[in-house]
Design a protein around this ligand. Structure first.
Ligand code: NAD
Length: 488
């Protein structure tokens, strides 16, 4: 039932090139007001079945197109999204709660770039060839698209992460059935409206909206979907692994993180502090790569903490559509409660909350008082064993602790179940190399954060994931390789 009588946006599934209504719908909230503003199809087995069938039918034609033809179509789609960049950014900000500035400068430009990047990279792959002169043989490899790819994405960077999967999947000649997060479905639906104009044949990209446990699981369990690319939580990944096991599916799993930043006493704090604020609080801390454990060497600990907290207090929380706002709304009421509960637990354990939740007051515009907002929160004197230092909080909360030696900090940084991204701050090149090599982390940034070359592998170690994505890695994931031997 609708909480408000205001006109709401009603989404439809996109199957075989057509928008099709669903028999039931899920309410979707505007996180900055708490209003229901959109209804998302509550798809299940039936809808997934229709989408997989459409993708299967489209596969022979799409997979036989040349990489150049597919590349041109991907570039056209990139142009069309870019042409509507502002509308996409507004929609992403409203649907997700992120600031309009972040959506304009990060989410949508990256979605555009994902298509451009894979449109280009698909033209430059080569396969292997070896010679066995004594046997009179040459061997070479040949790569072919796999078939129907199932793509499941989360709510934090909706179009950005969905297109990071769709672009390589279709560039390689696969057809896809995508299932975006039920909480952030709008921009995927908007993208579907551009596919025909871009020249994407019907059935190449199908989008089924709905719940993970219903629509998502139907996709994971479908026998005609041989590969699943998933980005989301570690818990869901375990469930997906279990459910797909009877079919021996190929899985790419991009999961959570508990990312350390290590600040040595020779760090350039003028660079480190603003970047570490961003790495802690950008997108409300709802980025898998966000820093949530900051280890600072003893000699500069008090100075770092003082400057870091003073700067954190300057981050403006408020209406995401206000371009001067730095922190928007969290995704949902439940998520906000969960993030807040971590701060309470830390306090109960004797940690000190230096700013933010429970310490400073949050003044919101009248229209946003029912939104899911929270101040950037800095916690100090928290023990390494505390849940705040072990579990992924996925909100604007970061912990700052002191360390003494390089050896000690490597050990402490590695002592969590996750291994996605780490940041090291030091001007000592030798130390940077030594530490980076020993950190259990798929990505290590030194003296910077979130600088990505899409050519190179992206992904996590330990509970942060299985597999890597990137130019070569995505190409390998989304194609099946064959070794052919010829004797002359
Ligand atoms: P989530 O695991 O709850 O949901 C992710 C997607 O999986 C959604 O589309 C959801 O509907 C679907 N899903 C849920 N249960 C399912 C099931 N049983 N079968 C199939 N699909 C199912 O994650 P979330 O809360 O949407 O996203 C936040 C998480 O994603 C965080 O842990 C974050 O670190 C992680 N993340 C990782 C990366 C990365 O690249 N490593 C990037 C962004 C987010």
């Amino acid at each position: 039932t609708m909480a408000h009588s205001k006109a709401v946006l009603v989404l439809e599934n996109f199957i075989a090139g057509n928008f099709v209504p669903c028999s039931s719908y899920i309410d979707s909230y505007n996180p900055s007001t708490g209003d229901v503003y959109c209804r998302v199809p509550d798809s299940g087995k039936e809808e997934v079945e229709a989408a997989v069938k459409a993708a299967k039918n489209a596969f022979p034609i799409w997979s036989s197109k040349s990489p150049l033809e597919r590349s041109q179509i991907l570039n056209k789609l990139a142009d069309l999204i870019e042409h509507d960049l502002e509308a996409f950014a507004q929609a992403e900000s409203k649907d997700q709660g992120k600031t309009i500035t972040f959506a304009r400068t990060v989410d949508i430009p990256r979605a555009v770039y994902n298509f451009r990047f894979f449109a280009s990279s698909i033209l430059h792959h080569t396969t292997e060839c070896t010679e066995m002169a004594t046997m009179g043989c040459v061997h070479y490899t040949s790569r072919a698209p796999v078939g129907v790819a199932g793509l499941i994405s989360p709510w934090n960077l909706p179009l950005y992460l969905l297109t990071w999967k769709i672009a390589p999947a279709i560039a390689c000649g696969n057809t896809v059935v995508a299932k975006p997060s039920e909480m952030t479905s709008v921009t995927a639906w908007m993208m579907c409206k551009l596919l025909e104009k871009a020249g994407v044949p019907h059935g190449v990209v199908n989008v089924v909206f709905g719940m993970g446990t219903k629509a998502g699981e139907a996709l994971v369990c479908h026998p005609d979907v041989p590969l699943i690319s998933f980005t989301g939580s570690t818990l869901t990944a375990q469930r997906i692994t279990e459910k797909s096991a009877p079919h021996c599916k190929r899985l790419s799993l991009e999961l959570g993180g508990k990312n350390p930043a290590i600040v040595f006493d020779d760090a350039d704090l003028a660079q480190c502090i603003p970047t570490t604020l961003r790495s802690s609080f950008a997108n409300q801390g709802e980025i898998c790569l966000c820093t949530s454990r900051i280890f600072v060497q003893r000699g500069i600990y008090s100075e770092f903490l003082k400057r870091f907290v003073a700067e954190a207090k300057k981050w403006k929380v408020g209406n995401p559509s206000d371009p001067t706002v730095d922190v928007g709304a969290l995704i949902s009421k439940e998520h906000l409660e969960k993030v807040r509960s971590y701060v309470k637990k830390a306090q109960a354990e004797g940690a000190r909350v230096l700013c933010g939740e429970g310490v400073d007051s949050l003044a919101l515009p009248a229209g946003n008082r029912k939104g899911y907002f929270m101040l950037p929160t800095v916690i100090a004197e928290v023990k390494d064993e505390s849940c705040c230092m072990q579990e992924e909080i996925f909100g604007p909360v970061t912990c700052v602790v002191a360390f003494d030696t390089e050896e000690e900090v490597i050990e402490r940084a590695n002592s969590v179940k996750y291994g996605l991204a780490a940041t090291v701050w030091s001007s000592n090149v030798g130390r940077v190399h030594r530490v980076a090599k020993r950190l259990q982390s798929g990505l290590v940034w030194t003296n910077c954060w979130l600088v990505r070359d899409l050519n190179l592998p992206f992904g996590g170690m330990k509970a942060s994931g299985v597999g890597r994505e990137g130019a070569k890695d995505s190409y390998e994931f989304f194609t099946e390789v064959k070794t052919i031997t010829i004797k002359h």
